[in-house]
Design a binder for this molecule. Structure first.
Ligand SMILES: C[S@@+](CC[C@H](N)C(=O)[O-])C[C@H]1O[C@@H](n2cnc3c(N)ncnc32)[C@H](O)[C@@H]1O
Length: 392
């Protein structure tokens, strides 16, 4: 059963909508679990020997595996089910948001505190958000349908709850808990006073930073107004004092050396490469000397074997995520260096999910060197998160 969201911006869903959501969550669990396992076996038992016979060697990268798998019936069925499940995720929540939109907009306005949010109506929403329905979400993150609109935030929160089928945390916030606690446990003497989350959407992974470091001044920025309105109201439900500002992360309006931590999660793979460079340079500029850049992301292609590269790049080909593979083909240490960070200050790690693990195990696991495998960044019960960054 997928769990109800635990805050004051929750939706009322009809019984038939609930069961549709349960079905789609289970379908996604089936595609990403047993179907993905069968597809891998099929590749190993049939395609790999075939490729050896035809070319005398194994594929060298994910693109070659993709080329081989494109005509495989099982891969086509897998992709059709997964693509349709993705569309159905949104269809299973949009009617309820539509029905309650006036009330949600009013509730959002009543709950959020004006000092928690600063919107900039003059901001140009960049093309990576405005020109595509990102990961097939109708209206992307920024579309607005009424005054004080929170629709895109409500759609995102409720749809990701179905999408994640309970694998991303009680409030879809495990990434934030994992990253904040990694920092707390691994660097107990580092006590961040100002923390910035870039591309924060509805603040799923911003709020855990405030709850982990209650003394810190925590900020979230995003280019999309409706998700920020929703974020500010949602954060109140966790008693988290977070400032949300509409701002482009590639041209921040903060001064130099303002933050101890600049964080992002699942952000870079939705940016064109030129904007990744701009964002990282901005992160370097706004970080204090001794501060930390930390990006939770999908693991880089170079860290995985050809089949796992192919498997993760599915979204780039079939899920309206045009920048996904280009980002995953980068060398993250090179990206940081180009933005101004010293090469020897680079860090990367793979960590278990904090809210699914006890602290002793978590602590032990983060002492080890990163282990990249098919569970890194893939939504299954063995999921582990990857992150990289650098000290300034
Ligand atoms: C995949 S979501 C990030 C998810 C979020 N960090 C989380 O962990 O829940 C990408 C977000 O980045 C925002 N975005 C895209 N380009 C941006 C930019 N140049 N500056 C700031 N935000 C941006 C989008 O509006 C969207 O909300």
């Amino acid at each position: 059963m997928i769990r109800e969201l635990q805050h004051d911006m929750g939706l009322r869903t009809a019984k038939d909508e609930r069961s549709r959501q349960e079905f789609i969550a289970a379908l996604r669990g089936h595609v990403l679990g047993p179907m993905a396992d069968s597809m891998r076996r099929r590749f190993e038992e049939q395609h790999l020997p075939q490729l050896h016979r035809d070319t005398g060697k194994a594929p060298e990268n994910g693109a070659q595996v993709h080329e081989q798998m494109q005509n495989d019936d099982y891969f086509r069925a897998y992709s059709a089910v997964r693509y349709n499940a993705q569309e159905m995720v949104f269809r299973s929540v949009i009617p309820a948001v539509d029905r309650q939109l006036d009330e949600l907009n009013q509730r959002g306005r009543a709950i959020r505190n004006d000092r928690d949010i600063a919107l900039d109506p003059s901001l140009d929403v960049p093309r990576n958000v405005a020109n595509i329905d990102v990961h097939l979400a109708p209206g992307s993150y920024h579309s607005e349908y009424a005054a004080d609109d929170v629709a895109a935030g409500a759609i995102y929160d409720n749809s990701i709850n179905v999408f994640a089928f309970n694998q991303m945390g009680r409030n879809i916030d495990d990434i934030g808990w994992t990253m904040a606690n990694y920092l707390r446990l691994k660097f107990p003497d580092f006590s961040p006073a100002r923390i910035l989350d870039c591309g924060c959407t509805v603040g799923h992974n911003t709020v855990p930073w405030k709850l982990t470091f209650p003394e810190a001044d925590v900020h979230g920025i995003d280019v999309s107004a409706p998700v920020l309105r929703y974020a500010a109201a949602r954060a109140r439900g966790f008693d988290a004092d977070v400032n949300f500002t509409q701002m482009n992360a590639t041209a921040m309006q903060f001064d130099d050396n303002e933050f101890d931590v600049v964080f992002s999660s699942m952000f870079l793979h939705e940016l064109p490469l030129k904007d990744i460079h701009l964002f990282l340079s901005e992160a370097f500029r706004v970080l204090k000397p001794g501060g930390l850049l930390l990006n939770m992301e999908l693991p880089p292609n170079a860290s995985l074997g050809p089949y796992d590269q192919f498997y993760l790049d599915w979204d780039s080909y079939y899920n309206n995520e045009p920048y996904y593979k280009t980002y995953r083909d980068q060398d993250n240490r090179d990206l940081c260096q180009r933005a101004g960070f010293a090469r020897d200050r680079y860090r990367e790690f793979v960590a278990p999910r904090y809210t699914y693990t006890n602290e002793a195990t978590f602590r032990k696991e983060i002492e080890t060197t990163p282990r990249f495998d098919e569970h890194t960044g893939t939504l299954t019960e063995d999921l582990r998160w990857y992150a990289f960054g650098s000290w300034k």
